[in-house]
Design a protein around this ligand. Sequence first.
Ligand code: ATP
Ligand code: MG
Length: 444
Amino acid sequence: MPINAPRGTQDILPSESQKWQSLERLLLETAALYGFSEIRTPTFEQLELFQRGVGGTTDVVQKEMFEVKAQKGEDLFALKPEGTAGAVRAAIEKGLLNDALPLKACYITPCFRHERPQAGRLREFHQFGCELFGAASPAADAEVIAIGRHILTLLELKGVELRLNSIGCKTCRQDYYKALRSYFEQYRDKLCPTCLERLEKNPMRILDCKVPECGEIAKGAPVVLDYLCGECADHFSETKERLSQLGIPFVLDPKIVRGLDYYTKTVFEFVSEGGLTVCAGGRYDGLVEELGGKPTPALGFGMGLERMLILMEEQGIRLPGGRTCDLYIGSMGPEASRAAGKLAERLRAEGFWVECDLMGRSVKAQMKYANKLGARLSMVLGENELASGRASVKDMATGEQKEIAFTEELSNLLYDAMLAREADELAEQLGPDAFQRILGMGRQ
Ligand code: ATP
Ligand code: MG
């Protein structure tokens, strides 16, 4: 019996990996424009990190965690359900917060959540995230949100709305929690069991409950923006001002909460017209301290790559890139096959994608395969070619042939073909100039 992939996981096949690579490059290079460098942290961490770093009252920790069965006597581990906790742990442990601040770190990481699989909801998915440590200013909020918007603009994704909220700080939350508790108390008999628990521990999380009845009740709940203290209100108003200045439209959405004590002030989501949240983030001024570091303001976001690709697919957005085979060297007979192998290796050393026959096929079948590969040029080596050192090189698209010496002349021809291909690709590329510049940069 063949073995299937686990439910809720996806294989990224060779035919699909190109679009992932292009997207990932665009994300990392965009983050780099804002000074973010990549951080790579382990796929599993101590379970306690997520209990403290994501929060004991969240669905993620209560219901969705993949715990790793450790050896007897060892700590309990879990696969990372998100990227922030690991990044914060590493920043504290490796002393990165003692260096010049702000610290700007970004990552692309697999995440694991035991959810019911459906479109855009997997058990292993991938997140691109940015985390900015050390800046308490609204300027930092605006900059982090701008990265998300910048990416959506570069991709020319339409209809993705920025929803914004502020959930205040510990001070303003005291009054807000009181108001929430007295509101939800009236509906005690209608709330789901998890929300009843939340009512005691963290009533703001009820606003995020996915149970429809709870959602209905939550609609009438007091709104956190009415309870912000002076400092949080000022911070929010400057954040909004800065977003407007940057030309980043947003709508206020009091339903967005991150719900944990150490999430503070600004929270936001980028949501598609179809209701898919592709990117979510916020400020977590209390988290570094909660995880044992010195108090450090911080904020960030996580972007779901599978969801981004779903939207791109829906909107017919194709990322440019993807190499094509530069040359297929066919051969007739064992001696020519050896010569083809040797020539291919020399040309690869010059940076060309060159293939030759590994299957012992007939020349006709070799050319059919070259066609299928999409090779730009092809040639066939036989006795005559080996004797003369010259061969006829065919442009697979036009059928045009040219006889050349397969030494420097061949390299020059391939080089010209490569330049022509790059020009074609540039002309074909979607998107504003900046997009072309970014992808152009990666190709140097
Ligand atoms: P949702 O409300 O959709 O469950 P969430 O609040 O659990 O989202 P976050 O923890 O904020 O999500 O994660 C950040 C981003 O990661 C989401 O906006 C989404 O794009 C992506 N994401 C989260 N869970 C999944 C999943 N199970 N499968 C695919 N992508 C996901
Ligand atoms: Mg979720």
